[in-house]
Design a binder for this molecule. Structure first.
Ligand code: GLV
Length: 321
């Protein structure tokens, strides 16, 4: 009998066909509607494998319903949506898709940094709303990027790829990480600093760390107070790493200059969220890895990880606590 797998969203059909060769596949085949909880519960009870997204919370309660589950394959690098400990207690392997999205996510992070520094979205709306009357010396002036200081919090793959882009802009690059990355320091001329020093010295503070209980609200009121009034915060990691209330306060009171956010604590962010009322916030709907080619690769890697576990092989990417 073929193993049963459940895919929690519409994915490219060639990947479904590939999985169907060796698996009995069920899909929540909708593009923009997350799978309802009861449907997920129903399927997880029977499934040998689960192909899921960051929009699904795979918690202990849900896992209790799984009787045969061997693998949870998350189509993402981050896996804070999965209770890894509960999965491992049940002997369920968890996999993710690192590597293939590194450069694409670093591109988006740098694009957001530039858009925020140079007020791109604000300027575009200004023109379309008919406000452009004349060229004017200080109209829509922003912050320089070249030769400024970028502080990267979390020097994993994507943080390092961001540093390479920053080097191309002749930026002074400082970073804070759990451990020092001597090779990256040497190759890219990075300087390791404490979190406090990073916040004090950076023109751009970029959050590139995974979201864990330790990094929940890592950046809050006292940290914004350390930052320059001209500083820009960029977050393409996870919303919960920043205390959003404190960020709003810091932006509204001019404690920091602007923020570029691809992620929010609650996604999709509510349209009446206070951060969305501020002109100095550039917002995106969590599209860090969203290039066509990268999303295809992520789906392919997720499918491959899932099949390997079901075939008793070692998957490319195993997540461990
Ligand atoms: C997206 O946020 C991911 O973790 O891949």
């Amino acid at each position: 009998m073929k193993p049963k797998i459940f895919i929690t969203r519409k994915i490219p059909t060639h990947i479904v066909s590939h999985l169907e060769k060796s698996c009995d596949v069920s899909i929540w085949n909708y593009e923009n509607t997350p799978v309802p909880r009861e449907v997920l519960e129903e399927h997880i009870a029977e499934a040998d494998g689960l192909f899921c997204l960051i929009t699904e919370s795979i918690n202990e309660e849900l896992l209790k319903k799984a009787t045969k589950l061997k693998v949870i394959s998350n189509m993402a690098v981050g896996y804070n949506n999965i209770d890894i400990e509960a999965a491992s207690k049940k002997g369920v392997t968890v996999t993710n898709t690192p590597g293939v999205l590194t450069e694409t996510t670093a591109d988006l992070t740098f694009a957001l940094l530039m858009a925020t520094a140079r007020r791109i979205t604000e300027a575009s709306s200004f023109l379309r709303e008919g406000q452009w009357q004349t060229w004017s010396p200080m109209l829509l002036t922003g912050q320089d990027i070249y030769q400024s200081t970028i502080g990267i919090i979390g020097l994993g793959r994507i943080g390092e790829a961001l540093a390479r882009r920053a080097k191309g802009f002749n930026m002074n690059i400082i970073y804070h990480n759990r451990s020092r990355k001597l090779q990256a320091e040497e190759e890219l001329g990075l300087q390791y600093v404490s979190l406090e020093d990073l916040l004090k010295k950076s023109d751009y503070v970029c959050i590139m760390t995974p979201y864990t209980p330790e990094t929940h609200n890592l950046i809050r009121k006292e940290h914004f107070q350390l930052m320059k009034n001209t500083a820009i915060l960029i977050n393409t990691a996870r919303g919960g790493i920043v205390n959003e209330k404190d960020l709003y306060q810091a932006l509204a009171e001019g404690e920091i200059w602007a923020a570029g956010l691809d992620v929010f604590e609650q996604e999709p962010v509510a349209l009446d969220h206070p951060l969305l009322t501020l002109p100095n916030v550039v917002t995106l709907p969590h599209i860090g890895s969203a290039s066509i080619s990268t999303r295809l690769k992520m789906a392919e890697v997720a499918a491959d990880n899932l099949l390997r576990v079901l075939n008793g092989e070692i998957p490319r990417n195993v997540v461990k606590k």
